[in-house]
Design a protein around this ligand. Structure first.
Ligand SMILES: NC(=O)c1ccc[n+]([C@@H]2O[C@H](COP(=O)([O-])OP(=O)(O)OC[C@H]3O[C@@H](n4cnc5c(N)ncnc54)[C@H](O)[C@@H]3O)[C@@H](O)[C@H]2O)c1
Length: 315
């Protein structure tokens, strides 16, 4: 019999700070870029017309994880989360189960953290204001993590004014129109990706954009012309070119791999970030299992030190 901890949503969110999430995710991008961590492609199980399931494996630091996670965009209209998820953690040396971890909390932390990691690496020196378009669950975590890396002023824009107000109140930013958010130094997009919220010519020189909402087939938050006009970065080309913000440009404009730089290469000091203060940079975040693994490592360390309480079950 194997006894494992089951680590829940609230316990994770109350124990892991945005700062720790940002550090862990930074380390994960570098480890993956250097080949120390493994991550096979995620598998999509379509559940049309409602959404999809994703199986996301990764291995590193002696652990192997499988995240089983959803994106059901219509859920928010009936008061349910868009994302549900559970992460099975195993010992990479023996295969023995190690823990069962809530995937929603980990997804929220690592998704928000990616926005902050990319802003720190790619925004121009002196960037100070943040615009957030889409202020739901993951938009909120992006705002919390951007605040943690110094974005003390910002504009929250959402079709639902209440959602924008809640995030603005929590992080000390203001509510504003989409156009005001677009004029900020760092613009983070976390809408469901069903319509473009950035059009051609919307972005001012020097802006950095994090595109987080387009994390599956058919989703996009920017017009293709707006994408093409940017200096392009992604979390992983295989995912970004097939189920990310870059996909439209790949399929309709023949965007090639050599125009896109991996964030991990920039963080490892092996590739250039933005070319100048006037460049417009775009980071396509599709969400990687190595980001989940990064947070799982943090959660397990906190659990072992007693900083996170967890129920134990016998398998
Ligand atoms: N890149 C990643 O790693 C990652 C991780 C998790 C979720 N996601 C994706 O992020 C997206 C958002 O997920 P969520 O859980 O935050 O959803 P959510 O429903 O909680 O929030 C979405 C918000 O966007 C707002 N919105 C919708 N259309 C808009 C528009 N045109 N302009 C402004 N606001 C608009 C909604 O009112 C809502 O407040 C989804 O597509 C999800 O799949 C990506």
């Amino acid at each position: 019999m194997t006894t494992i901890p089951v680590i829940g949503h609230d316990a994770i969110l109350s124990a892991v700070s945005p700062e720790r999430a940002i550090q862990r995710v930074t380390d994960a991008f570098v480890a993956h870029h250097r080949g120390a961590w493994k991550m096979p492609a995620k598998v999509y199980l379509d559940a049309a017309p409602h959404g999809d399931f994703r199986a996301m494996p990764a291995m590193g630091e002696g652990l192997a994880i499988l995240k089983w996670v959803t994106s059901f965009p219509g859920n928010s209209s009936v008061g349910r989360p868009v994302v549900y998820g559970t992460i099975l953690v195993s010992d990479a040396g023996t295969g023995e189960p190690v823990a069962l971890v809530d995937g929603r909390a980990v997804t929220a932390l690592r998704t928000g953290a990616a926005a902050a990691v990319a802003a720190r690496a790619l925004a121009r020196d002196g960037a100070a204001s943040a615009g957030l378009i889409g202020c739901g669950l993951h938009g909120r975590w992006a705002a919390l993590c951007l605040t943690a890396v110094g974005y003390r002023s910002g504009i929250c824009a959402d079709l639902d004014p209440g959602a924008a107000q809640r995030v603005a109140d929590e992080v000390g930013w203001n509510v504003g129109a989409r156009q005001e958010a677009v004029e900020c130094d760092v613009v983070t997009l976390v809408t469901p990706g069903t319509e473009a919220v950035i059009g051609p010519g919307d972005l001012q020189p020097g802006t950095h954009v994090n595109a987080l909402g387009a994390d599956g087939s058919g989703k996009a938050e920017m017009a293709i012309d707006a994408v093409i006009a940017c200096e392009l970065f992604c979390d992983e080309w295989a995912q970004a070119s097939h189920g990310g913000e870059l996909t439209g440009a790949v399929e309709k404009r023949g965007l090639q791999r050599d125009r896109v730089t991996d964030l991990g290469a920039v963080l490892a000091g092996e590739a250039q970030g933005r070319s100048s203060d006037d460049a417009v940079t775009l980071f396509d975040s599709t969400g990687l299992a190595i980001q989940d693994l990064a947070l799982v490592i943090e959660v397990l360390e906190l659990s072992r030190s007693g900083a996170i309480e967890a129920a134990e079950v016998d398998l």
